[in-house]
Design a protein around this ligand. Sequence first.
Ligand SMILES: NC(=O)c1ccc[n+]([C@@H]2O[C@H](COP(=O)([O-])OP(=O)(O)OC[C@H]3O[C@@H](n4cnc5c(N)ncnc54)[C@H](O)[C@@H]3O)[C@@H](O)[C@H]2O)c1
Length: 313
Amino acid sequence: MNERIAIVGAGLIGRAWAIVFARAGCQVRLYDADPHALATCLQLLLENISDLAHHGLIDETPVEVLARITPVPTLAEAVDGAVLVQENIRETVEAKRAIFAELDQMAAPGTILASSTSWLMASEFSEGLPGRHRIMVGHPVNPPYLVPLVEIAPASWTSTEAVQRAHELYSRAGQSPVLLKKEITGFLLNRIQGAVLNEALNLYADGYASVQDLDKVLKDGLGLRWSFMGPFETIDLNAPKGVIDYAQRYGPTYRSVAQAQLPNEWDPALLARVEAERRTELSAPQLAERARWRDNRLMALVAHKRQQAGNDS
Ligand SMILES: NC(=O)c1ccc[n+]([C@@H]2O[C@H](COP(=O)([O-])OP(=O)(O)OC[C@H]3O[C@@H](n4cnc5c(N)ncnc54)[C@H](O)[C@@H]3O)[C@@H](O)[C@H]2O)c1
């Protein structure tokens, strides 16, 4: 692919999107309102792209990929000729409303305008804009060059044509888009993550297990399977005759558990206990080093999944 892509905001997520599209062959223009962010982004990008090369996750040299990313000093230069503008500025509804009003005025009529927002709905920041039919959410998972899911969440007024084009662009760039059929706060991933997190907090609060053991339930249990299949395929395979068979065996118990599951209040005292348990496992100064360990584990897993790609679907 060789289309021009505009990335607005050169923070953590904007830079990661730049890598996704440059790796796929696109010409990427990257804009940030903060000159310091623009001045430092190429060095940060080179470090991330070099890590990918180290794990065999790019086919070119890091410098060849980086050469397709151009930081530009104005929004107009970024947007000019772009088929897609991917917005990644700070997460407030006022900031998103202001930037989308500007982008809608500036961008050519056929340009798709997508926001990386984690929680806001497209209708909250595109209402009233003349080009609202080409505005949507394209929510990535950090970092999108390793975790391919993109949640496309259109407003009721976003056109099917714009959604299809965004779906096709993200797919060709190597991402794995999913489409929300209607708007909801938190989209799909953060809602499912929230359900798991709330239940883990409840089990901890009620004294059923330690923080360490609750983490193990995912990393040595559910998570192994979840890296290649979801909850529906899991239950389809966990009873000999599929989903209905599974539901007949275990459904009544799941239902009574669900009825007893309370919402969690995210009580500060409870979170302080969780934090204290985590700090006995990992001291605060070790957090950054452990985050790098996580990224390396993730890259090794992505490399493994690529090798297995033929067996994956
Ligand atoms: N961090 C994550 O894990 C994550 C994951 C998915 C989605 N997101 C979403 O991505 C977006 C960006 O998050 P981030 O973590 O990259 O934040 P960040 O703070 O790292 O980067 C934001 C960048 O936007 C720039 N900026 C602010 N206002 C601007 C404007 N008006 N015009 C141009 N640039 C402007 C800032 O200078 C900064 O460089 C947010 O909407 C966030 O919810 C974040």
